[in-house]
Design a binder for this molecule. Structure first.
Ligand SMILES: [Ca+2]
Length: 323
C-alpha cells in the first residue's frame, strides 16, 4: 500500500499544533515566573536573560528521566562494564602523566591520588564522556516537568549563580541530561559546596581545567570525612554460615570482631586488624556473590553516589590504578 506521507504529516500538524502551542504557552509562563524568582535570589538580569534565551523543554530528557536503568543488572555485570581493562590501563597512564599535579592535590587534601583518578574514570571516562546537554536547558526541562520540580528548580538557580559568578559561560556549561556537570559530574549545588579553583585563576572550572577537576574531587571527599590513612575496604571471604542479617552497612563491628567471626582475605589469611576501626560487610550480589569488608571511606564515597555498586567499583578501580 502506498502511503501518502504529505497527507499524514498535514493531519499530524492539524492535530498536534494546538496542543503544542498550549504547552508552549504554559512553558513561557513558567519561564516568566522562574525569571522573577531568579532575580529575587540575586542573579543578574543579564545572566538570566542570556541563559534562558531560547530554552525549550527537551523531550529526550523526560524520556531518560522516566527510564530506570539500575536495579536489574547484577554487580558482577556492572563491575565488568565499569572496570574494564582499557579503563584500568588508561587510569594508570593518566596517573603517570599527571603525577606531579595529582600527588600535590592528594597531599593538600589528604585523599590518595588513585581515588581522584578512579572517580574521574568512572564518572566520565577521564573527561571523555561529560555529557552533551546544556545544563540550563536540561535543568529547566526537569524543573518544569512535574516529577522532581522543586529539586531541579533549586539546581537551576544554582547553575545560574555559577554563570553569574563568571566560572563558565552558559553555552559552555555542559553536562548530563540530569544536570551533572563537567569532568567529575558535580550537580550545581555540589559545585557551590565543593568545587575548588585548583590553578588559582579565579575560576572554578570543572569542565576543562584538570587542576580544578582534581582539587574539586579531592575537596569533596575530604569535606565528606575521608581518612587519609585508611583504604576504602577490601574483598574478603565470609564463612558459609553468615546470614543476611550480618551483612549490610547497618551492621558495624570492629575489625577484631569480624576476624573472630571468621572473615578472612580471599586466600584464607587473617584480615589486618586496626584497633578502633569499624567495618561492615557488603555483598552487592548477595552472600553467594563477591563480598567486601568496607571502612569509613566507603561511606564517604557513598555520599558522592548512594550506590554500593558505585562505591565498590570506585574502590576496586582505585586499587588497580595504584598497582
Ligand atoms: Ca581555576
Amino acid at each position: 500500500m502506498k502511503i501518502n506521507f504529505k497527507v499524514l504529516a498535514l493531519t499530524a500538524t492539524m492535530i498536534f499544533t494546538p496542543v503544542m502551542a498550549q504547552a508552549d504557552d504554559k512553558f513561557d509562563a513558567w519561564v516568566v515566573d522562574f525569571k522573577k524568582d531568579a532575580a529575587r535570589k540575586g542573579i543578574s538580569e543579564k545572566t538570566v536573560n542570556q541563559a534562558m534565551a531560547g530554552v525549550r523543554p527537551i523531550p529526550r530528557i523526560i524520556e531518560l528521566d522516566r527510564k530506570q536503568p539500575e536495579g536489574t543488572m547484577t554487580f558482577a555485570k556492572y563491575q565488568k562494564r565499569v572496570i574494564n581493562d582499557a579503563r584500568v590501563a588508561q587510569g594508570r597512564r593518566l596517573y603517570k602523566q599527571h603525577r606531579t599535579l595529582l600527588d600535590a592535590t592528594a597531599k593538600k587534601y589528604g585523599v590518595p591520588a588513585q581515588y581522584i583518578v578512579s572517580l574521574w574514570g568512572i564518572e566520565t571516562s577521564y573527561g571523555n564522556n561529560t555529557g552533551g546537554f546544556g545544563v540550563v536547558p536540561a535543568l529547566a526541562t526537569l524543573a518544569y516537568d512535574g516529577r522532581r520540580s522543586s529539586y531541579f528548580r533549586k539546581e537551576l538557580i544554582n547553575a545560574l549563580k555559577i554563570i553569574d559568578a563568571g566560572h563558565i559561560s552558559h553555552s559552555k556549561m555542559k553536562g548530563s541530561w540530569a544536570g551533572a556537570m563537567g569532568q567529575n559530574q558535580f550537580m550545581p549545588s555540589s559545585f557551590h559546596a565543593y568545587a575548588v579553583d585548583g590553578n588559582n585563576d579565579g575560576k572554578r572550572n570543572i569542565w576543562t581545567s584538570l587542576p580544578d577537576v582534581f582539587a574539586s574531587t579531592a575537596n569533596y571527599l575530604s569535606k565528606s570525612g575521608w581518612k587519609e590513612d585508611q583504604k576504602w575496604g577490601r574483598r574478603v571471604r565470609i564463612p558459609a554460615h553468615f546470614t543476611k542479617n550480618m551483612i549490610g552497612l547497618k551492621v558495624k563491628h570492629d575489625l577484631k570482631t569480624w576476624k573472630k567471626l571468621g572473615v578472612t582475605l580471599l586466600g584464607g589469611q587473617d584480615i589486618p586488624v586496626v584497633a578502633g576501626m569499624k567495618a561492615s560487610i557488603v555483598a552487592p550480589d548477595g552472600v553467594k556473590g563477591s563480598t567486601y569488608l568496607v571502612y569509613g571511606n566507603y561511606r564517604v564515597i557513598m555520599k558522592w553516589n548512594k550506590s554500593t555498586y558505585f562505591a565498590t567499583s570506585v574502590g576496586l578501580l582505585a586499587d588497580q590504578i595504584a598497582q
